[in-house]
Design a binder for this molecule. Structure first.
Ligand code: GAR
Length: 188
């Protein structure tokens, strides 16, 4: 049995999609969802999915409290799904090549601090990009700079808005993120 913890900060539609994808898989268990915002919608989804969800402050990620919980539960893989804090060094050190993130653009473009969610799609549209997509990557100490595992592209047309690009990118996320998680966890 492999154990996954999901870190999220907002709506949690990816978290829900991932958990549903593996719902019949007896080899994979979702230990909990960890969130840095008590009011985030991901907690509602967690309740519906019967997965525990906890809120931790930034300081509690940094002072080792979150790591203690991860270790106590025997978590094997950490999946960031719309998680907006930087992962602190104590967790990075304890989980080398065991933390993955999804970014809603084709890194190295449109990454870094402040580049999340709709802000990414706004920048893509403003720059007149002809394509965007998703990047799944390992997490290191810098935002969106870890080794790339997988990318998928979608077209961006002149009449696309940030919202329509977001829809296309979400569709790619829902299709590919669970599949890539499945491949990674198999090798652990
Ligand atoms: C997703 O599109 C994810 O790629 C993005 O936030 C969204 C979360 O949606 N992540 C980032 O921008 C990280 N820099 P969700 O909460 O509905 O899964």
């Amino acid at each position: 049995m492999k154990k996954i913890a999901i870190f999220a900060s907002g709506s949690g539609s990816n978290a829900e999609n991932i958990i549903n994808y593996f719902s019949e898989n007896k080899e994979i268990n979702f230990s909990f969802i960890i969130c840095n915002k008590s009011e985030a919608f991901v907690h509602e989804r967690a309740k519906r999915l019967n997965v525990p969800s906890y809120t931790f402050k930034k300081s509690e990620f940094e002072n080792g409290e979150v790591l203690t919980l991860l270790k106590k539960e025997g978590v094997d893989l950490i999946v960031l799904a719309g998680f907006l804090l930087k992962v602190p060094e104590n967790i990075l050190k304890a989980y080398p090549h065991r933390i993955i993130n999804i970014h809603p653009a084709l890194l190295p473009k449109y990454g870094g601090k402040g580049m999340y969610g709709i802000h990414v799609h706004e920048a893509v549209v403003t720059e007149g990009e002809k394509e965007s997509g998703i990047t799944i990557h390992y997490v290191n100490e810098n935002y969106d700079e870890g080794q790339i595992i997988f990318q998928a592209k979608c077209e961006v047309f002149p009449d696309d808005s940030p919202e329509t690009v977001a829809e296309k990118v979400h569709a790619l996320e829902y299709k590919h993120f669970p599949e890539e998680i499945g491949k990674i966890i198999e090798k652990i």
